[in-house]
Design a protein around this ligand. Structure first.
Ligand code: ZN
Length: 504
């Protein structure tokens, strides 16, 4: 049998006004054909897919068609949206006879004028493949599940942990597709939309209410009639008309069971709605003080509001400002995304003393530039190799400078890349993170790359497009009422009206 795989993914943050362009995808590489497996064997969701297909035996062949990924950011611009629609149509049309498709999309991507990018993409695939070729949709669990996604796919699976397990998701999706084709499994999908939103401080699946919710999904999967249970705590910066959390239950032809379990999962999430809202982040100055006073090891300061992995612009300077004003004694690492500053520092050259404004170039609604003076330690850029990043080995950071401002070492890059969230990106520019007392990470959950160096993680209550204070963000399109933006007490999954109820 011949199955195909397509992976096109971006997570959108509607409060970052800078559009995501084709260049953002190119920084991570846009691949077609055999190059996909050649470059990504063992990496990410593609790597998992390939492993599952190879383990299935010689009668299963996977046809790699298209792989493109961009780090989270603003809405995808119209040009990039059209480019991927055209490429998906072209590669699928030229693929020859197929028995199934593993369709690996993010699920929370929006483009200029299009709220449900993945819904449109799956519609395009369905149009080409026709109604009878199975499509298994593999999503990030921060996706916004829509009616189109459910009605046009045969089954939906999703990541089971935060931090993510994309490799496992690739395995699970491919194995389900192969079983459908070999054993005649008939996935029956029930789902509930849950009128809930929360910031990301409780998003780790290793603790708190998210652990309870996700552990319950795993418990349901112990029933052999249940093929997959996927919970979707939608990422909290997607301002779309069909937004909200969801749960999806896939059984083998058991409609009543799927519906009952979907009700149960939705009601469990709703019962914990206030636990998901608990905020733990520290005030900016207090977090910097605690990090500076920490007895030993590297302290991670999570810049929650400016989470680049959550689509913020990476241009916050509030922790830099606090460190310089408070005169920290330890040394600190801070990443900053600023095409202008990167170009200026690279032009000034290594050893140059430079005074320039830093921060706030992309999201002036949240940040104002501050003027600093420092010395350029190192300039470089282009594609760097990361040995400690599980998604892929090569990433283009664009023009990049290492810039020392007093006790702070800034990694200032033109492109978003992985920001400063992976130690290898500092090492690629000659900086050893373990020499530092504190490191600002532009993520609210992905501390795993720094974990072996880290003595503690302090979550900082910073403003920005990824801020925990979701109630003051300028929501425009989201369906109301939604908890906690509106008072709601009497919702329950079993009584939820369409689109919560699924049809056969
Ligand atoms: Zn995610």
């Amino acid at each position: 049998m011949r199955i195909a795989v397509i992976h096109v993914a971006q997570e959108t943050n509607d409060f970052n006004p800078i559009a995501t362009t084709l260049r953002d995808y190119e920084a991570f590489g846009i691949l077609e054909g055999p190059a996909i497996f050649e470059q990504l064997r063992g990496f990410g969701q593609i790597g998992g897919h390939l492993a599952a297909v190879e383990a299935a035996g010689a009668d299963v062949q996977s046809v790699p068609l298209l792989r493109a990924w961009a780090v989270a950011g603003g809405r995808v611009d119209a040009h990039a949206y059209r480019f991927f629609a055209d490429r998906m149509r072209a590669v699928l049309s030229a693929a020859g006879p197929l028995d199934g498709l593993s369709l690996q999309l993010h699920g929370a991507c929006a483009a200029e004028g299009i709220d449900d990018v993945e819904g449109e993409q799956i519609a395009l695939c369905r149009e080409i493949l026709g109604p009878n070729i199975p499509i298994v949709l593999e999503l990030d669990h921060h996706a916004n599940v829509t009616r189109k996604m459910v009605s046009l796919s045969d089954a939906i699976v999703a990541h089971r942990t935060q931090p993510h397990d994309p490799y496992d998701t690739g395995v699970i999706g491919a194995e389900l597709l192969i079983r459908m084709l070999r054993e005649g499994l008939r996935p029956t999908v029930a789902w509930r939309k849950i009128p809930l939103l929360s910031h990301q401080e409780q998003f780790l699946t290793s603790k708190g209410p998210m652990k309870v919710w996700f552990d319950w999904a795993r418990a349901m999967e112990r029933d052999p009639r249940v093929l997959h249970v996927a919970n979707f705590p939608m990422q909290p910066w997607l301002d779309v008309a069909e937004g909200g959390w969801a749960t999806v239950v896939v059984t083998n032809g058991e409609r009543a069971l799927a519906e009952a379990l979907a009700d149960e999962m939705a009601d469990l999430a709703w019962s914990m709605r206030d636990a998901f809202q608990v905020r733990e982040a520290l005030d900016v100055d207090e977090a910097v003080r605690q990090a500076d006073l920490a007895p030993q090891g590297l302290v991670v300061l999570s810049d929650t509001g400016d989470t680049v992995f959550g689509g913020a612009a990476g241009d916050s300077n509030v922790l830099l400002e606090s460190m310089l004003r408070q005169g920290i004694r330890g040394r600190a690492l801070i990443p900053l995304i600023s095409p202008e500053a990167a170009a200026r520092l690279v032009a000034a050259g290594e050893g140059a003393d430079v005074t320039l404004p830093l921060g706030g170039d992309s999201t002036p609604a949240f940040f104002r530039p501050i003027e600093v003076t420092g010395r350029v330690r190192r300039v470089g850029g282009g594609t760097v190799r990361l040995d400690d990043y599980n998604h892929q080995p090569l990433i283009n950071m664009g023009k990049t400078a290492v810039f020392d401002v007093g006790p702070v070492t800034l990694l200032i890059s033109e492109l978003r890349g992985v920001s400063g969230n992976v130690p290898g990106v500092y090492r690629a520019f000659g900086v050893e993170p373990s020499d530092y007392k504190m490191a600002v990470l532009k993520t609210a959950s992905n501390f795993q790359y720094f974990a072996s160096l880290t003595s503690q993680v302090l979550r900082v209550d910073t403003r920005g497009p990824g801020q925990s204070d979701i109630e003051t963000l300028p929501w425009r399109r989201f369906p109301r009422p939604i908890y906690p933006l509106d008072p709601m007490q009497d919702w329950c999954g079993a009584r939820a009206a369409a689109p919560g109820r699924s049809a056969d």
